[in-house]
Design a binder for this molecule. Structure first.
Ligand code: URA
Length: 436
């Protein structure tokens, strides 16, 4: 394929035909295109965007680039959630077992960390023995028997996104509404879903920083997924501050288990329950928002989602005695340092970008495609905006590989906080709901 005319057309702002985009995806997956041309094309899309014909054409070509999941007929609706990515965003870990206990089937195909945002697969892989690499048939069988599976794309699922995702990560082309839309929906549309709920993040640590642009992204995804027959809603949620009080792979697993035990931070619980309630409404399992919220909340407190989570861990190879032993420890890191408030006041800012960058730079995320993640790195017991703190009170704990790294992390994490004289009300993480 001669790809140059397509790059030039996009560079000059001309629209590509569905056939040209299909040819591009086929050649990409066949390994026929040099990475520098694909990178150049991505940058042209970044600046020029995709129009209302190009976006579905690219997304569907990507979806069709590999194998799909198809499930036997079953009264339990197939649902999933996807987040555009954030710091401390462990929502899928408690949400997926909760959904399975609410009577859904959840074939949750998740991703790895991208930029400073964490990845569900990386968090799950901090559990000893747990595998996220399940063959397609295994995913289908486990979803049918247990109601859930949390896995990565197989080699043969959506290969076009795998190639583009990795290239975007290292070419500055992640924060693009059409590229994020095509990336997320190409994956979600392979799952044969009845309903999808999207958590579209905006703010300091999100790919899309402004609420207006996040709304545009949410509307693009809702429009396209709905036109493909998937009932889709989106919540716009705040990502100026990490979600919950912990960030870092293992620490987020711990906090998720707290949430599954009916405890843990309020903002995390609120978002998990709200997302589950929307799926109950979207699939007409409930008709009133209040009863949907109540049902999701009661189910979360019943202990059944925690049992479901453990059943999934065991089914996907986790070493359960070791997992329980690690869970019983205060930390699995070599060093834990404390950060304490220098004066009395209210937490005004707890900057998710600085926290995400620090965790990534000290080994909790990836700086290159080949980085091996250290699951123990992270922060917990974060002070959250609006919280009153007395001088000397703990506002973060830093989990590090050694004392020297811990001191350097603490210095950077300290700059994520500012204290104010007057209180700001604790805000809900949910800013807006968007529906088809
Ligand atoms: N998550 C994805 O799956 N793709 C993106 O492009 C961004 C977030």
């Amino acid at each position: 394929m001669n790809f140059l005319p397509l790059i030039e057309a996009k560079r000059d702002g001309r629209a590509l035909s569905p056939q040209q985009l299909q040819d591009f995806v086929r050649a990409l997956v066949a390994g026929e295109l040099p990475e520098y041309q694909v990178a150049s094309f991505l940058m042209a899309v970044f600046f020029r965007g995709l129009d209302a014909t190009e976006l579905p054409a690219l997304t569907l070509a990507m979806r069709d680039s590999g194998e799909k999941l198809s499930f036997p007929d079953d009264p339990r609706p197939l649902v999933d959630k996807h987040s555009t990515g954030g710091v401390g965003d462990k929502v899928s870990l408690p949400l997926v077992p909760l959904l399975a206990c609410l009577g859904f089937r959840v074939p949750s195909i998740s991703g790895r960390a991208l930029g400073i945002t964490g990845g569900t697969l990386d968090k799950l892989e901090s559990i000893p023995g747990f595998t996220t690499q399940l063959p397609r048939q295994r995913i289908i069988e486990q979803v049918q028997s247990l109601g859930l599976a949390m896995a990565g794309q197989t080699e043969r699922m959506v290969p076009a996104d795998r190639i583009l995702y990795a290239l975007r990560d290292v070419t500055g082309t992640v924060p693009s509404v059409p590229l994020i839309t095509a990336s997320i929906l190409s994956k979600k549309l392979t799952e044969s879903l009845d309903a999808l709920v999207l958590d579209v993040k905006f703010g300091r640590a999100a790919f899309i920083q402004s609420k207006e642009e996040a709304r545009t992204l949410a509307q693009a995804m809702i429009g396209l997924a709905t036109s493909c027959g998937v009932n889709t809603r989106a919540l716009l949620t705040d990502m100026d501050t990490p979600l919950g009080q912990a960030a870092g792979n293992w620490l987020e697993v711990r906090e998720s288990v707290e949430c599954l035990s009916g405890r843990g931070p309020q903002d995390l619980r609120e978002l998990v329950v709200a997302l589950a309630a929307h799926l109950l409404l979207q699939t007409r399992r409930e008709t009133s928002p209040a009863t949907a919220l109540d049902r999701a909340s009661t189910c979360l407190d019943s202990g059944l989602p925690l049992q479901k989570w453990e059943a999934m861990l065991a089914a996907q190879g986790a070493d359960m005695p070791r997992y329980r032993e690690l869970l019983g420890r205060d930390t699995i890191a070599d060093t834990v340092l404390e950060l304490r408030a220098e004066r009395t006041g209210y937490v005004g800012r707890c900057d998710a970008r600085i926290i995400g960058e620090t965790i990534r730079d000290f080994g909790g995320g990836r700086l290159t495609k080949d980085t091996v993640i250290c699951p123990e790195i992270g922060v917990d017991q974060l002070g959250k905006p609006g919280q009153r703190v007395e001088k000397g009170r703990l506002i973060a704990r830093i989990h590090a590989t050694n004392k020297e790294a811990g001191e350097a992390m603490r210095h950077r994490i300290a700059s994520a906080f500012s204290l104010t004289e007057s209180t700001t009300p604790c805000r809900s993480p949910i800013a807006e709901l968007l529906m088809a």
